[in-house]
Design a protein around this ligand. Sequence first.
Ligand SMILES: [Zn+2]
Length: 287
Amino acid sequence: EDKGWIRTADRAPMQALAAELKARTATTLFVVHSANSANNAGCAGASSLARDGSRRASSDDIGLEIPPELELKGAKLSSLTQAITPRIREKRVKVSRPATENRIEQVRSGIHQTYRQLPPPAQIWKSIRHKDFTRQIRNFLWKSMHNAHCIGKFWKHIPECEEKGICQFCPGETEDLEHILLTCQRPGRKMIWKLAEELWLKKNPTWPELSIGNILGCGLASFTGADGKPFKGNERLYRILISESMCMIWKIRCDCVIGKAGEPLSQMRSTTAGYMPLTTVLTSIVF
Ligand SMILES: [Zn+2]
């Protein structure tokens, strides 16, 4: 509270909790139990409730209103450090962007359907900066989260450019990101996913069904081993396979549409042969 709740995770519920405690007139005592102590039934119950909550599709509507007399605003000058002072700007009201919010919801829904987990938006933003991703993939994911690529509906309201929003390969289909990555008939797309699937099936029994939500959220892929513990190696393999495949499909699309505009379809098909060593590329990255 002295630091103005800057860089505090779950700031809103923590502020409401602090206000609740300040409203009490009696002394409040806390007892800290270690997770390994004999009397840890309460800790286990809390962990179980938290785990169940993270898997629910919707959250409860919890009142977080704070009475004005109990809400302290700003940070104490004596508590400021060089690390948190620049973060004061964070507290400005962020302007919501519907396209970004829709995409984040798509990713949350995709992750929930595939892995039975519902990550908060902050976790999704963190996942696209994973160290396993190249800078190029991070940039692609960031733009995708903001739906900021100049494709599909972007061209709809620009005079004389409306046809640029339609896929060159699939008559009448709007060329949005989901279409490009998952349903387009452009040569190369199906082959790339097939190779990625074959590589994955060499070490795993099943290949998760792909959706725009779970491929953009591949940084949050969650797999468990036979012992029920997280299988980190598999998660890394999947993260790299999906992100590299996704970016390769995007590159092929951009080469066709921007780099090689006007090229006959027969020649465009032959150019995809240049991407054939995908298995080699992915294998060298993953293993
Ligand atoms: Zn298409």
